[in-house]
Each structure stands twice: as structure tokens, then as C-alpha cells.
Design a protein around this ligand. Structure first.
Ligand code: ADP
Ligand code: MG
Length: 569
């Protein structure tokens, strides 16, 4: 080997390695899933590059990954003929973490290994998981399209540093050899490895192969000769892209594992929708709702979107053109037969097909959520707790689906007397008082502030339910949602609250009397306060508090004013 160098790992890699070995030990077999998953990604990337340059296949177009053992050396090797890596790529990908969200990830680690392993799972364990079972890992790789002499060997014990050296490697692709730790020799058992791969990687779209020994010539019961069968590489998975298979041929476990492969998530998804569409549009979508919000959901630079395939060929990760921002938590695959194979981000951004696919995928997700809300309210509450705040951005962003989104919204309410957001507009409307034709709400900084608002007094007295909104995004949501379920939404802090139809005849008469009786008092208060207020009115909203401040119906609410101040307006 020439040009051998020793490099130190980026600090974050060292930290991640430490953490991973300790907190993922009970799940150690996942290293196989991660390495097989990388081999499949490498095959996808090669196919994509070969669209423009078929020579990259070098007469070896049957992409696969092979798993083999060396019982004496105590090693297991995964060998793929995918895209491979150049020296620079090796240093970049196997020495640093370049992912967006890395800073948040490290910022959120708590030292509690159960919590941290959850977080690591979400962050994506990837290649480094090899060190859970290996005390030395050797990677030999050669990129597609370069000379055999431009191969690279990377080696590390997973501590502070790694070495890289130039080597000659005839075959394209990447061989990863794990030198198993003393107590991990169980991974030399081919039967065990086979069952793990079947469990985790059956859906992988390239063949995962293991060597099947030859069967020597033998004799049958009547002395007849049974011919020898030569040894061969045998595929141990189905090796067809999961989404191309029929729904009823795919088990729940396979859907779950496929989700983990594409999302780099560790936990099972909450639910999914798998649809094949033919006709005017021709595409397959497989869309998942994760069970936990990613730790960097609120990071604007965070990558999101679907994995895009065109006619089964991988085109790009994180194609965010197909999912609106308020559904940015959705993971999945979109395989289109209408887009050209040479589609780029630029082309994507202005073709009609993209717009159609985006609206179709959006509908799918909304329908999937609607169904979950209807069939499994408990599950829907889990979803809402994780992603409700994101979904509340919907009505502002997606005018066309406003009504459908509104049906998915959940709020805290005076009906419940607790902070849990589980009341829909439909629930509210069903409980409306006779004569009530509006949906009343209050917004505040916190649940406690909303629940103790003095404006609620009259509503409590009259037994009218009020939605208690206390998420930061609520004010924004409401400003884009003037009505729901055919009823207008009215803030109980705004303007002249007319509970008119809800008053009985006697109250109405009483009110008229009061107006005359207190007229001079009101004008005196108005004079005293002068410019400080726009108007002074008698109110029936309060029972225990003598007075309160309200804003005019068409003015910004006090909550919105605070929000604007906070962002420097
Ligand atoms: P991720 O797969 O989430 O990107 P990994 O830690 O699994 O993260 O892998 C890091 C990177 O190393 C990959 O993105 C890829 O660029 C490179 N890599 C890993 N394994 C292979 C492989 N078998 N062939 C080519 N590149 C690979
Ligand atoms: Mg990976």
C-alpha cells in the first residue's frame, strides 16, 4: 500500500462511536441491516450515474451484495459492486458526520442511555454501527469509472483514528470486513446471519447473496448416482423493490423494515399508505407517518421529502417538491413513470407532473390521517402529540385542502378541563348550544393562561364550550381559518361579543335598560381614559372581574401583537 496516512476522527464521530457501542449493544445485529442498506444505496447511486454513462458497469451490471465469512480470521465481509468511493469520499464519509442536524443531535444527548439510543436511532446509526461488534473494520473500495490502481483501503479500530492507503482493487465497489470482537463470534454462524438478513433486509432491491456449499456426488437408496451440485452464490432475499410488489404480498414486518431502510429511523412507523396508480398518471407511492418527531423537526435546513425513483431507478433523496412543508414529517418513496429519467431538481420544479404528483401525495397523506383519526383515535392522539403543531401550519400553506386539514385539527377545550388537545371542530359543533352558531376560542401563551382568561366567565356561566388555544402557531392558524364545519370562528376576546340568540327575552330587555342607565357612567370613563382606548362599552362577558380589555373585531389580537413584537415587527 502506498500513500498511507493516519487521520483523526472528527470529534463528533468519536462521540457517536462511544455512544453507539454502549447504548445500542442490545440491538447489535442491526449493523447487518445498516451495511446491507448502504450496499443497496451504492447500487442505486451507480444505476443513476450509469444512466448517462453506461460504461460505468464495466461488464458487471448484475448489482448485488455478498456476505461471506472467514472462520479462522474471525471476520465477516460484505462485498458489493455498487458505486464505490474515491479516497476523498472515503475520508469525507467514513471520517466525519456531514449530516444536517448534527449540532442539534449532540445538543440533545442526555447521558440517559435509553433516551440517547432513541435519539441515535433517529439520527441514523449507519456505517459506524459496525463497531458495535467489531474491534477492527477494514474497508476496501474502488469507485466506478476509475482505474484499478485507484482503490483505497480504510481501516480503524473505532477509537481515535483511522488509516487510509492506496491499493489496487480489480473489482468495482466496496468490501467491508469486520474483525469480530471476542464475544461476537456468533456472527460467524451463516445460518444466524441468514436469518437476521431475512428479517431486516428482505425488501432490499438488490440480491443479498451467501455462498451455498457444493454437494458432492452421492448414491441414492438403490445405488443410483446423484450428481454433484457445484457451490454457488445464492440470493437469500426477494430482491425486488418492495413498493413494486402487491399490497397483499407484503407483511407488516416488511413494511416496517423498509421504512427503517429509507428513513434511517430506528422505530417502527405509525402507519403507511401504499398506492399504485395507472392511467392518466402513472406512479406508485409508499408514504409513511413516523411514530416520533425527529429531534430537528423545527430546523429549517433539515432535509425532508420523498425518495424519488423514475421507472424503478433511484433519482434522488429528499425530493421535497412532492410534499408541502406542513407534511414535512412524511417519509416514503415515489416511483413515477411520467417523469423523464434525466430529471433534475430544476426540471422538477417546473413541470406539471410534479405539481400533479404533489397534490396526489398530499391527498394521500391527508386521507391516511383522516382514516387513522376515524379508526384509531388513540393512535391519532399519538400522531397529534408529535406532529400536530406542524399540521397546524396547513391551512395557511395549502388553501385547496383547508377544509380537509381543519377536520384533522385538535384542540384543548373548556369541555375537558385539561391541556390535552383532543377536541375536533366536529366534536365542538356537536356539543353546541341551541341557538349557538359560532365556534368560540381564546388564544394565550399557555394552557393555564387560556383556561383562566377572564373572558371565559360569561361562557362558563352560559355553559358554552370554548376552545383553548395555546400553541405558538395557533394565532397564525386561526388567521387563515375563518371558519370550520360551516361555522365561523370567533375569538372571545375580540370586539362586541354578540351572544344575542343565546339570550332569553328577559336578558335582552335587561340589557336595553342597562344601556340607558349606565350611559353617563360609560361616557365619563371614556373621557378619563382619553386616547388610551378606542371605545368603552358595557359588557356581560364578566362575572367576577369588573372590567377587561378587548380588541376590535378587525384589529390584531393581543396575542398576535405579542407574536409580532417577538419577531421584531
Ligand atoms: P447514510 O447511509 O445515512 O448516508 P452511513 O453512515 O450508513 O450513512 O454511510 C455514510 C456514507 O458512506 C454513505 O452516505 C455513503 O456515501 C458512504 N458509504 C457507506 N457504505 C458504502 C458502500 N457500501 N458503498 C459506497 N458508499 C458507501
Ligand atoms: Mg446508511
Amino acid at each position: 500500500a502506498v500513500h498511507a496516512e493516519t487521520h483523526g476522527f472528527q470529534t463528533e464521530v468519536k462521540q457517536l462511536l462511544q455512544l453507539m457501542i454502549h447504548s445500542l449493544y442490545s440491538n447489535k445485529e442491526i449493523f447487518l441491516r445498516e451495511l446491507v442498506s448502504n450496499a443497496a444505496d451504492a447500487a442505486d447511486k451507480l444505476r443513476f450515474k450509469a444512466l448517462e454513462n453506461n460504461a460505468l458497469y464495466e461488464d458487471d451490471g448484475e448489482l448485488r451484495v455478498r456476505v461471506s465469512f472467514d472462520q479462522d480470521a474471525k471476520t465477516i465481509t460484505l462485498s458489493d459492486n455498487g458505486i464505490g468511493m474515491t479516497r476523498d469520499e472515503v475520508i469525507e464519509h467514513l471520517g466525519t458526520i456531514a449530516k444536517s442536524g448534527t449540532k442539534e443531535f449532540f445538543g440533545q444527548l442526555s447521558g440517559d442511555s435509553a433516551k440517547d439510543s432513541q435519539l441515535i436511532g433517529q439520527f441514523g446509526v449507519g456505517f459506524y454501527s459496525a463497531f458495535i461488534v467489531a474491534d477492527k473494520v477494514t474497508v476496501e473500495t474502488r469507485a466506478a469509472g476509475v482505474e484499478a490502481e485507484q482503490g483505497v483501503r480504510w481501516e480503524s479500530a473505532g477509537e481515535g483514528d483511522y488509516t487510509v492507503a492506496d491499493i489496487t482493487k480489480q473489482t468495482r465497489g466496496t468490501d467491508i470486513t469486520l474483525h469480530l470482537r471476542e464475544d461476537e463470534h456468533e456472527f460467524l454462524d451463516s445460518w444466524k446471519v441468514r436469518s437476521i438478513i431475512t428479517k431486516y433486509s428482505d425488501h432490499i432491491s438488490i440480491p443479498v447473496q451467501m455462498w451455498k456449499d457444493e454437494r458432492p456426488e452421492s448414491e441414492g437408496p438403490d445405488g443410483e448416482k446423484i450428481a454433484a451440485v457445484p457451490g454457488e452464490w445464492e440470493s437469500i432475499n426477494k430482491a425486488t423493490a418492495l413498493w413494486t410488489r402487491g399490497k397483499n404480498e407484503i407483511s407488516k414486518e416488511e413494511y416496517n423494515e423498509f421504512y427503517k431502510h429509507i428513513s434511517h429511523d430506528f422505530a417502527d412507523p405509525l402507519t403507511w399508505a401504499h398506492n399504485k396508480v395507472e392511467g392518466k398518471q402513472d406512479y406508485t407511492s409508499l408514504l409513511y407517518i413516523p411514530s416520533k418527531a425527529p429531534f430537528d423537526l423545527w430546523n429549517r435546513e433539515r432535509q425532508h421529502g420523498l425518495k424519488l425513483y423514475v421507472q424503478r431507478v433511484f433519482i434522488m433523496d429528499d425530493a421535497d417538491e412532492f410534499m408541502p412543508g406542513y407534511l414535512r414529517f412524511v417519509k416514503g418513496v415515489l416511483d413515477s413513470n411520467d417523469l423523464p429519467l434525466n430529471v433534475s431538481r430544476e426540471i422538477l420544479q417546473d413541470t406539471k407532473t410534479t405539481a400533479n404528483l404533489r397534490s396526489a401525495c398530499t391527498k394521500r397523506v391527508l386521507t391516511m390521517l383522516e382514516r387513522m383519526a376515524k379508526n384509531d383515535a388513540e393512535k391519532y392522539q399519538t400522531f397529534w402529540a408529535e406532529f400536530g403543531q406542524v399540521l397546524k401550519e396547513g391551512p395557511a400553506e395549502d388553501f385547496a385542502n383547508k377544509e380537509q386539514i381543519a377536520k384533522l385539527l385538535r384542540f384543548a377545550s373548556t369541555h375537558n378541563d385539561n391541556a390535552e388537545q383532543n377536541v375536533s371542530f366536529a366534536d365542538y359543533v356537536e356539543r353546541m348550544k341551541e341557538g349557538q352558531d359560532k365556534i368560540y376560542y381564546v388564544t394565550a401563551d399557555s394552557y393555564a393562561a387560556a383556561a383562566n382568561s377572564p373572558h371565559l366567565e360569561i361562557f362558563k356561566r352560559k355553559g358554552i364550550e370554548v376552545l383553548l388555544m395555546h400553541d405558538r402557531v395557533d394565532e397564525w392558524l386561526i388567521s387563515h381559518l375563518p371558519e370550520a364545519e360551516g361555522k365561523s370562528l370567533v375569538s372571545i376576546t375580540k370586539g362586541d361579543l354578540d351572544l344575542g340568540d343565546l339570550d332569553d327575552e328577559e336578558t335582552k330587555k335587561q340589557k336595553e335598560q342597562d344601556e340607558t342607565e349606565y350611559a353617563s357612567f360609560v361616557s365619563r370613563v371614556k373621557e378619563t381614559l382619553g386616547d388610551k382606548v378606542k371605545d368603552v362599552r358595557l359588557t356581560y362577558r364578566l362575572t367576577d372581574t369588573p372590567s377587561c380589555i378587548v380588541v376590535d373585531e378587525h384589529d390584531m389580537s393581543t396575542q398576535m401583537q405579542k407574536l409580532m413584537k417577538a419577531v421584531g415587527q
